[in-house]
Design a protein around this ligand. Structure first.
Ligand SMILES: Nc1ncnc2c1ncn2[C@@H]1O[C@H](COP(=O)(O)OP(=O)(O)O)[C@@H](O)[C@H]1O
Ligand SMILES: CC(=O)OP(=O)(O)O
Ligand SMILES: [Mg+2]
Length: 395
């Protein structure tokens, strides 16, 4: 049987899935994390069981060895289910990559060049590709870009109100991210409600560690909340989202803060973490429930920003048929969903409290039967989408 190996690399971790090329069945999945720390950790899941291992994992190459060891020890066999290609999530494709792309030495250099624009993501994606090339030298490697789905945004959605000559010279524009997820979820939502994708006005809320909203008109992304980098838009686990850029000028003038320090402040020390000390939504809602004021404020800020984008995109689309929640927070946090959509009955959005609090089992409706707008929870599957696009490239 032929399969596709999908890799989603982060700076100190990577997730993988082995997917059957024909049935799309997930044959195995795993997580290799705390790469470069004193003690690393790996998990491996198959139909037969779940395995965990703690050991030092100095770099991504070593991480790949841990993964291939897990396949050798616990299966499924990479010989019987030989991968025909490795598909990689690459976050920033800039203005160079609009489609899934076979990795050549030049493509890899171009992805590396884009690291400035996605410092949390692209360097890790490059590490993952290099490690995969070493581990599987005979297999084609395919890059699938988070930015690709948003290439359909019209110029008035991707252009900033920045002096045009400067914007052009430095190619400063909005790109948008999480496109693989927004594409997968908007297609899955249309299939689930049984209506043609072409006819639907949709809003997808991808709420994970990074979070973004996408307005999808007839299956095409027409606007999204992340911009030049994955920092714009929603308040996230550790990122500010939208902020008056004059704050950066002010801090720079007042404190002479170094650029890297500023980058760290905005990307890694802000968001709900910076407001409350909790970057995980489970911890934040627990603390807010227990009466922690900073946690309650952080939750309020997080939810209000969501609501602001929902309103904006309903206006941009001229109405909405389907709203879908996805990713770690979107799929699991009933409280975030209830607060984000609370009070929107006049916009035709009526949540059903029991459904919203019900158990997860694939795509499901959480609005009332009478609600003019259908609200869904749709589990994302970026890996499956990456596998499909990888197969398209390798034939
Ligand atoms: N049961 C849950 N309730 C609320 N939030 C959850 C739950 N499970 C996971 N999360 C949130 O999901 C986040 C991770 O989402 P995920 O989509 O896996 O992110 P990423 O792919 O960006 O790492 C966690 O930080 C956590 O806040
Ligand atoms: C683009 C982005 O923010 O990705 P993630 O949510 O995986 O951090
Ligand atoms: Mg994610």
């Amino acid at each position: 049987m032929a399969s596709v190996l999908v890799i989603n690399s982060g700076s100190s971790s990577f997730k993988y899935q082995l997917i059957d090329a024909e049935t799309e069945e997930r044959l195995a999945s795993g997580l290799v994390e705390r790469i470069g720390e004193a003690s690393g950790h790996a998990t491996h899941d198959t139909a037969d069981g779940h395995w965990e291992r703690s050991l030092e994992i100095p770099d991504h190459t070593a991480g790949f060895a841990v993964m291939t060891d897990a396949f050798a020890e616990h299966g499924p066999s990479l010989t019987d289910n030989a991968p025909v290609a490795v598909g990689h999530r690459v976050v920033h494709g800039g203005a160079r990559f609009f489609e899934p792309t076979l990795v050549t030495p030049l493509v890899l250099i171009n992805i590396e060049d884009l690291s400035d624009l996605a410092p949390l993501h692209n360097p890790a994606n490059v590490e993952g590709i290099k490690a995969a090339q070493q581990a599987f030298p005979d297999l084609p490697q395919v890059a699938v870009f988070d930015t690709a789905f948003h290439q359909t945004m019209p110029p008035d959605a991707y252009t900033y109100g920045l002096e045009a000559t400067t914007a052009e010279r430095y190619r400063i524009r909005r790109y948008g991210f999480h496109g693989t997820s927004h594409k997968f979820v908007s297609e899955a939502a249309a299939a689930f409600v049984g209506r043609p994708l072409d006819d639907l006005k949709q809003i997808v809320l991808h709420l994970g560690n990074g979070a973004s909203v996408c307005a999808v008109d007839g299956g095409r992304s027409v606007d999204t909340s992340m911009g030049f980098t994955p920092l714009e838009g929603l308040v996230m686990g550790t990122r500010t989202g939208d902020i008056d850029p004059a704050v950066l000028l002010y801090l720079q003038r007042r404190t002479r803060i170094a650029v890297d320090e500023l980058d760290d402040l905005l990307n890694k020390r802000s968001g709900i973490l910076g407001l409350s000390g909790h970057k995980d939504m489970r911890d934040l809602t627990r603390a807010a429930d227990a009466g922690d004021e900073a946690a309650e404020l952080a939750l309020g800020v997080y939810v209000r920003r969501l609501k602001r984008y929902l309103g904006a995109y309903i206006a941009e689309l001229g109405g909405v048929d389907v709203i879908s929640f996805t990713a770690g927070v979107g799929e699991n946090s009933a409280i975030v969903r209830a607060r984000a959509l609370g009070g929107l009955e006049r916009l035709g959005i009526v949540l059903d409290a029991d459904r919203n609090n019900g158990p997860n089992h694939g795509p499901r409706v959480i609005s009332t039967d009478a609600s003019p707008v259908t609200v869904l929870v749709v589990p994302t599957n970026e890996e499956l989408e990456i596998a499909r696009q990888t197969l398209d490239v390798v034939g």
